[in-house]
Design a protein around this ligand. Structure first.
Ligand SMILES: [Zn+2]
Length: 425
């Protein structure tokens, strides 16, 4: 039964949304992969004294593209130009299984080194590359909801896979990986309305429902994309394309959601769908600002996505800070405690994982260890340095289900610079 002593910063699930618990000196014990004791330190002998670092629940990244790991910072936006010039050429390389394996390991290392313990991962269209992704994430010990993007039209030919090939391959992937080790889930991911036929999306939706899988796609990210999608499907609005194909429901996760009418937001909320808010990506591609009040006022499930590589950081706290900026530009001030919730507990609940997202007895022992200055001694200060200090060092450690998946100091001692440097292994 491992025990730890550290400063603690966590959402307080008992006290309700936005409530934060801070302990300047805490005892944390885990047993069978779950938190057993979370209490003020009272002189107990511990296995690991981690002070002065601060222990938080692991972060949740709800929208991230594995095959874009190597093109972070490609400033060729806006969206449709960026896809053609930067993204699609890179994703074609994932037809090569060896390349997919190397980048998948790098990606998993980057997530672990960012303190991310659960992620929703889009891979390329290639079934073999999705297999490599599931393998690498599983070997790293991370939780992930992962799937290949489905594309069969209006995209470069090497990235198009017809439904009759893509869907059986996806089903076989689910057969092998869904529920694997209680860490990996398989998702159904029609890339977006512009790259998919109606038939592919409809059949994908049926597959998801039949097997109880998450559905995810992009929605209303960019005005040119919206206009093209609505024209192509002769739709009254973008959301209705997905609604008519059975893709909008309580197990669907939509990335971006920037250009939606109030009426569309009402239908979205009614259906119980949830949002992957990607504010850094939205800024980098000039896509616009996701209207945060539209989500909060309707009680829609909210998660944060790095959206690598349109987003420029694997770190969810960095994305949370961008979400703060985005809200502020819309006249809405988000409390730092709420940012902590969005980065962890709020996302866990939205993704139907009430056993994740807080350091709390009975929940899964997914946690991250961060460095903040020694003089920090209050919840407000800890939140400030966690979310708004852009020059923070990478997390010192990351654990999933009580098992360590990232050790910064060991990695550095072995000569590692980037998370994916293969050293000391
Ligand atoms: Zn995306």
């Amino acid at each position: 039964m491992p025990s730890y002593r550290a400063r603690l910063l966590t959402p307080d699930p008992d006290a309700g949304s936005g409530a934060v618990r801070y302990l300047d000196d805490a005892l944390i014990r885990t047993a069978d992969g779950r938190f057993e004791t979370v209490a003020p330190y009272r002189g107990e002998i511990v296995d690991h004294d981690l002070r002065p670092s601060i222990l938080l629940p692991g972060f949740i990244d709800s929208h991230v593209h594995l095959p874009q790991t190597r093109i972070v910072g490609s400033a060729s936006g806006p969206l449709l130009e960026w896809l053609d010039q930067s993204t699609f050429p890179e994703e074609q390389r994932f037809a090569d299984t060896a390349h997919a394996a190397v980048v998948s390991r790098a990606f998993a290392a980057a997530l672990a080194a960012a303190g991310t313990t659960l992620s929703f991962v889009y891979t390329s269209v290639h079934p073999s590359a999705a297999e490599q992704a599931a393998q690498a994430l599983s070997e790293r010990g991370l939780r992930a909801i992962v799937g290949p993007v489905l594309m069969d039209e209006h995209s470069p030919a090497p990235l198009c896979l017809p439904a009759d090939r893509a869907l059986p391959a996806l089903e076989a992937l689910a057969e092998r990986w869904h529920g694997h080790d209680d860490r990996i889930e398989i998702a159904v991911i029609p890339r977006f309305a512009l790259s998919c036929s109606a038939e592919l999306m409809r059949r994908a939706g049926e597959l998801a429902r039949r097997r109880g899988l998450w559905v995810s796609t992009h929605l209303a990210e960019n005005p040119a994309e919206c206009a093209a999608a609505e024209a192509r499907f002769e739709a009254r609005d973008y959301l209705s394309i997905y609604e008519d194909l059975g893709l909008v429901h309580e197990k669907s996760l939509y990335a971006h959601c920037i250009h939606l009418s109030d009426a569309a937001w009402d239908r979205f909320a009614e259906a119980g769908a949830i949002v992957a808010h990607c504010p850094d990506s939205n800024d980098f591609l000039g896509s616009g600002g996701m209207p945060i009040r539209a989500v909060l006022d309707r009680g829609i499930g909210l998660t944060l996505g790095t959206d690598i590589a349109a987003g420029r950081s694997f770190r969810v706290p960095t994305i949370a800070s961008r979400a703060f900026d985005n809200a502020l530009r819309q006249g809405h001030s988000v409390s730092p405690g709420t940012l902590l919730w969005w980065a962890t507990r709020t996302a866990a609940l939205a993704l139907h994982r009430p056993d994740l997202g807080a350091v709390h007895p009975g929940l899964q022992a997914d946690f991250v260890l961060l460095d903040v200055p020694e003089w920090v001694e209050s919840a407000d200060e800890a939140l400030a340095w966690t979310f708004f200090y852009a020059d923070a060092p990478p997390p010192r450690g990351t654990w999933v289900r009580g098992e360590r998946v990232w050790d910064r100091d060991a990695h550095r001692a072995a000569g590692g610079l980037f998370p994916w440097d293969e050293v000391g292994r």
